[in-house]
Design a protein around this ligand. Structure first.
Ligand code: NAP
Length: 263
């Protein structure tokens, strides 16, 4: 089968590590030209570019929580590629200390700027450069739908709830041009950040959230995104795609999770 994304230009925010990295590589494998955005990991971003091929990929440093950086990022992409067919708004902060009593104003602003304000204004800035039939994919989390949520995730899921509502309404707006807007909502995925602050016991428990008794991989999320980026996903619009191996249907261990649930 020929690659499904030949001739398309894809921007993946936060593509130096984790799910963003796997996504950039998967889109590149399907023939897309890929912009590998990052904020600090220059070497890791350049490695991703090298793996895709320097003829089709470029690394661009930009803090996508800041409007000036967003403007500069979009300008550089348009100058080099002329358009952006696929926008994957993967960059985000996973915040596990967001309980009501812990959060101060600067923590609140930082996570909302990265997870909500950045994606909002990036889409606004890029919209005129997305051809009809383009794709926008935002990022939430399966935590917005599970009953095992614990108080420390208050701030994180507040940002992801906002993303889900932005998706629903933007889909109506951009959908007039055949541009689809959807949310990707992973369950626990084995990125470096996922493991930070978690004991072996917590990870073991979180494996049981899925009937297959394991957590997901960045590549499993990237595979779904590759389909969503293709022409074959045209009739999926305004939806929340949960990629979690069945996590939300698990009802056992609820009480055991009170102190150790995680993303
Ligand atoms: P990760 O491993 O922490 O990687 C984060 C990536 O985002 C890095 O490439 C980082 O760049 C980049 N980044 C962070 N802040 C940025 C900014 N302001 N501007 C530009 N780039 C920025 O994250 P992940 O675990 O792959 O998660 C990716 C997305 O999936 C997030 O939106 C997260 O909420 C969501 N999610 C993850 C899980 C999970 O279990 N992993 C579950 C549900 C949802 P540098 O390397 O340059 O710092």
């Amino acid at each position: 089968m020929s690659p499904s994304l030949t001739g398309k230009v894809a921007l993946v925010t936060g593509a130096s590590r984790g799910i963003g990295r796997a996504t950039a590589l998967a889109l590149g494998k399907e023939g897309a030209s890929v912009v590998v955005n990052y904020v600090s990991s220059t070497d890791a971003a350049e490695e991703v570019v090298k793996e895709i091929g320097t003829d089709r990929a470029v690394a661009i440093k930009a803090d996508v929580s800041k409007i000036d950086d967003i403007k500069s990022l979009i300008q550089q992409i348009v100058k080099q590629f002329g358009k952006i067919d696929v926008i994957v708004l993967n960059a985000g902060l996973l915040w596990q200390n967001g309980a009501l009593s812990n959060v101060d104003e600067s923590a609140f602003d930082k996570i909302f700027q990265t997870n909500v304000k950045g994606p909002f204004f990036l889409i606004q800035e890029a919209a005129n450069h997305v051809p009809d039939g383009g794709r926008v994919l935002l990022f939430s989390s399966s935590l917005t739908a599970v009953s095992i949520i614990t108080p420390n995730y208050l701030l994180y899921v507040a940002t992801k709830g906002a993303v889900e509502q932005m998706t629903r309404v933007m889909a109506k707006d951009l959908g007039k041009r055949g541009i689809t807007v959807n949310t990707i909502s992973p369950g626990p995925i084995s990125t470096d950040t996922y493991f930070v602050g978690k004991t072996e016991e917590m990870i073991k428990l979180q494996r049981t959230f899925a009937p297959a008794n394991r957590i997901g991989t960045p590549e499993e999320v990237a595979d779904v995104i590759t389909f969503m980026a293709s022409d074959k996903s045209q009739w999926i619009n305004g939806q929340n795609i949960r990629i979690n191996g069945g996590m939300t249907i698990v009802t056992r261990t609820v009480m055991a999770c009170v102190d150790i649930s995680g993303d």
